[in-house]
Design a protein around this ligand. Structure first.
Ligand code: ADP
Ligand code: MG
Length: 758
């Protein structure tokens, strides 16, 4: 095999020109080409017989060109071709297919891949619409024939147009794999490969591109052949190894070892307004035991909406305060920060401690004077608990003696911010507790938040009744409002949530914080931004009247408009409040506080209330244009109700077109209330990249691994990496260990560099 670090332009068949094209795809070395894995395989060794095809299946077949025709219909040219196997034939068609006209000759052999559809024409039993197609080499090209037929053939994503196609890649990869050259450097210790029954690297690379005869097609398709597993494991092993090192390094840094004597324990008990759940007790125990260590805590607390994270956080803050330190609690929105502030003050003042706990609020839109005063208190150590938004890190707040930082609803913060906060220059580093309601699987969390330990609140406080979730269409809105009115008469409160703040062409969906911070926006948000913008562009060219007629503008209901409309019509006589991100801090605070005190019946809002808002008497959540919201978002919104003992309802109203994906999201919402299940589905629907916002989350772009598909291997890699660092494998020769470290040093930056960015 060619040396893996051979530059691509020196490979036979690739010159400087193609090398340039490949560089655009970040392919520079032979190794990069070898790690461009097929995304599927075609069995051309045992081709399917046309007789046995089933309508609806996606199949790959081999057949002979019988005849072609270009039909010029009124709408478009359609290219038709009949492909045959003995007496049986299959019709294929390509819309706008003029470009295919002279490509095929009768008698040529073709490999086709596409969906089998019933054909209406007489004689032909099935057809394929726009199948993928490859012309197989004839008897005069025996060498290529070996790669293209009579075997399981790999299919690749093209690396640049028709030229750098699957066929091209097969040839180049074959050249690389079959050229004489030095032995391919093995990256995993032989002992490890043996124990895990993984093939060596060279064999694995050969087998994923040109699978040996007896390989299972099913295993190939889902990347679970031993060869695939070996390459995936290798990638994940080194990722986990690097993360494990970072974790260990963290443990060497100095932190504040806190005491938890009788006095602290009494203080913790005094603050509790209810009996904690077993999960809350356990998690607090995990946190406190970290805080007792002389190294800084880095812990992630996962708990579904409503699982009671806040009180745990406040108790952790008390530990720091009772040890003479300051604690800071950061929330992603001003509304949430303000709510935490009010709740914390109420709880802590109740304790009647002398001297009393001093709680201070710091958000961006407080007036300058109050901000300055509060910063002074923080600086002089006259504030024990500081609650705020990103203003806490942006506005150069200096703490006298910061001992604990709590980040609430981490999924709304960029990860980089988390690091910035952690990196405040300080002799010893404060403990950090990060909280999130996104219940991702543990191993994923451990990888995603590489250097954090994970605690899980897996129990809801007692007395919760399940939330009844229903879907309905806009036409039945009046019934929804009548229902809501009845609930208000029973003494309950309600939310009604909208995707945009102001007019239907509002181009600013709800964002309560600057753009770059808005971690991976939900699909709905992205849509809400994109559509009105293109509508606006259209408007400039087309006369207004025409535009209105076409009605391509999404007719979105907005919070502001519906606030006025509902007040005047369906909900007249009820006390309505309005809440959105464009209101200033004071307006928001007043509105929120009135709702909390029960002085408002219905809160008309945007997604600013998505995170954290806690009003136990609210029992109805209406979400309009639910088709535009992401799953995680809807689950969070629904979590605003069902927080008290009263039976709660979530009504998902849809207006306009509901895409199949939106349909799935809505179904899932109705079907389950399990945040874990919803997160899994969200992950599956959106893919890990979008779900986590790969770059945002600091995850590398994997070459072969897929976090969702390869979870088992991820767990294995993590276990092995840990054992390796501990030197648990006594059989492993010293040179093998050294080689692993050398490989990590050489490749960490190139392949996993994003993780290092923190
Ligand atoms: P989240 O995890 O979503 O932040 P919160 O901390 O806001 O949840 O708690 C949700 C609600 O449950 C709050 O009203 C809180 O007071 C209440 N709560 C939390 N823990 C308990 C408990 N152990 N017993 C009763 N109510 C609780
Ligand atoms: Mg919360």
């Amino acid at each position: 095999m060619l040396a893996l670090d051979t530059k691509v332009q020196f490979i036979k068949g690739i010159g400087p020109q193609i090398a340039e094209k490949l560089a655009e795809k970040r392919i520079f070395l032979a190794e990069d080409l070898l790690y461009h894995l097929p995304f599927r395989y075609e069995d051309r060794e045992h081709p399917r017989s046309l007789n046995e095809l089933q309508p609806g299946e996606v199949a790959s077949v081999i057949g002979e060109v019988r005849g072609t025709a270009l039909l010029r219909t009124r709408k478009m040219p359609i290219f038709e071709m009949t492909v045959g196997q003995g007496p049986v034939s299959l019709k294929c068609m390509w819309f706008h297919g003029a470009y295919l006209k002279d490509k095929f000759k009768p008698g040529q052999m073709l490999a086709l891949y596409g969906k089998v559809e019933p054909s209406r024409s007489r004689g032909g039993s099935f057809k394929m619409i726009q199948p993928q197609i490859e012309i197989l080499p004839g008897p005069d090209e025996p060498e290529t024939a070996l790669l293209e037929s009579g075997r399981i053939v790999p299919v690749y994503e093209s690396l640049g147009g028709a030229r750098l196609s699957s066929r091209w890649l097969r040839r180049v990869l074959h050249t690389i794999l079959e050229s004489p050259g030095p032995r391919v450097e093995e990256t995993l210790p032989a002992v490890l490969c043996e124990r895990l029954q993984l093939p060596d690297r060279a064999a694995a690379l050969r087998a994923v591109h040109f699978p040996p005869q007896e390989t299972s097609l099913a295993q190939l398709q889902n990347a679970s052949t031993p060869a695939h597993r070996r390459l995936i494991f290798e990638e994940l092993f080194y990722l986990e190894l690097g993360l494990e090192l970072k974790r260990r390094k963290m443990r060497e840094r100095p932190g504040f070892a806190m005491q938890t004597g009788e006095r602290v324990r009494t203080a913790l008990k005094r603050v509790l307004p209810f009996h904690p759940t077993a999960a809350q007790k356990r998690v607090l125990g995990e946190i406190v035991s970290d805080m007792r260590q002389p190294t800084p805590m880095r812990r992630l607390l996962q708990g579904d909406v409503g699982s009671g994270k806040t009180i745990v956080a406040l108790q952790a803050a008390l530990v720091a305060i009772e040890n003479g330190h300051q604690a800071a609690l950061m929330a992603p929105t001003e509304i949430l920060a303000t709510q935490h502030f009010l709740a914390a003050r109420k709880l802590l003042e109740h304790t009647a401690r002398k001297p009393p706990y001093r709680v201070v609020l710091l958000t961006g839109s407080l007036d300058e004077e109050r901000k300055r005063a509060n910063r002074g208190k923080i600086f002089r150590g006259e504030a024990d608990l500081v609650i705020g938004t990103h203003a806490l890190i942006e506005e150069k707040v200096e703490f006298a003696n910061l001992g604990l930082v709590i980040v609430d609803e981490q999924h709304r913060f960029g990860v980089l911010q988390r690091f910035k906060l952690m990196k405040k220059p300080n002799a010893a580093e404060p403990h950090v507790l990060v909280m999130t309601a996104t219940p991702i699987p543990r191993t994923l969390a451990l990888t995603l938040y590489g250097d954090l330990e994970v605690s899980v609140l897996d129990e809801l406080p007692p007395g919760r009744t399940p939330i009844v979730t229903r879907r309905t269409e806009d036409e039945r809105a009046s019934e929804v409002w009548a229902f809501l009115r009845k609930q208000v008469q029973l003494g309950r409160q309600a939310y009604s949530v909208y995707p945009v703040i102001e007019g239907p062409s509002d181009d600013q969906p709800e964002l309560d914080f600057p753009h770059d911070e808005a971690a991976a926006p939900d699909a709905s948000t992205a849509e809400a931004v994109a559509k009105p913008k293109s509508a606006a562009r259209l408007k400039a060219k087309v006369p207004a009247s025409l535009f209105e007629e076409k009605n391509s503008k999404p007719n979105l209901k907005s919070a502001v408009a519906m606030f006025d409309e509902l007040r005047a019509t369906h909900l007249s006589g009820l006390r309505l409040g309005l809440l959105h991100g464009r209101m200033n801090a004071e307006e928001k605070e007043i509105s929120m506080r009135r709702f909390q005190r029960g002085e408002l019946d219905v809160m008309v809002a945007t997604t600013v209330i998505e995170v954290g808002v806690d009003v136990p008497n609210a029992s109805v959540m209406v979400i309009e244009h639910a088709e535009r919201f992401g799953l995680a978002q809807m689950h969070q919104l629904r979590g605003r109700v069902g927080r008290g003992a009263a039976k709660s309802y979530c009504i998902l109203m849809t207006g306009g077109k509901v895409s199949p994906q939106a349909e799935e999201r809505l179904d899932a919402m109705v079907r389950t209330q399990d945040g874990f299940e919803l997160a899994e589905l969200d992950l599956a629907l959106r893919g890990p990249g979008e779900f986590f916002g790969t770059r945002q989350a600091g995850l590398p772009d994997f070459r072969v691994a897929n976090l969702l598909r390869d979870r088992k291997l991820l767990e294995m890699a993590r276990r092995e990496a840990q054992q390796f660092v501990e030197g648990a494998d006594k059989q492993m020769p010293r040179e093998a260990v050294a080689a692993v470290w050398a490989h990590l040093r050489a490749h960490w930056q190139r392949h996993y560099g994003l993780v290092e960015a923190g």
